[in-house]
Design a protein around this ligand. Sequence first.
Ligand SMILES: [Zn+2]
Length: 122
Amino acid sequence: MSGMKSRASIQIKALVKKRDALAEKLRGFKHILRGTILKRGNICGKTGCRCKRKENPILHGPYQYLSHRSTKATNMIFLNKKKLYYAVRGIKEYDTAIGLIYRIAEINFKILRYHYTGLADE
Ligand SMILES: [Zn+2]
């Protein structure tokens, strides 16, 4: 009986240690950005430009945009080279952070399911 208990306490310690290490990794994620990078052709303001032809219009670009959907609307930011760098980095951080959160949640589920008696230890 006491042997089982100590094995369980070793397991929960390992799980908590792993969980805390993942949570620690999350601390560095401050550039998180949610959105999608997409390429789109553009219509300009010049009258009679080829981008405004009724038939076979030739759009300018394509240019890259960051599309961000909130509960109210979808907003787009034109991405110059510098903004593109920030957008790519932010979206990458978002994906990594979500992955970490899922892993933390899985471990917390395991702890709650099998090791809730040891929860006082953490
Ligand atoms: Zn044009």
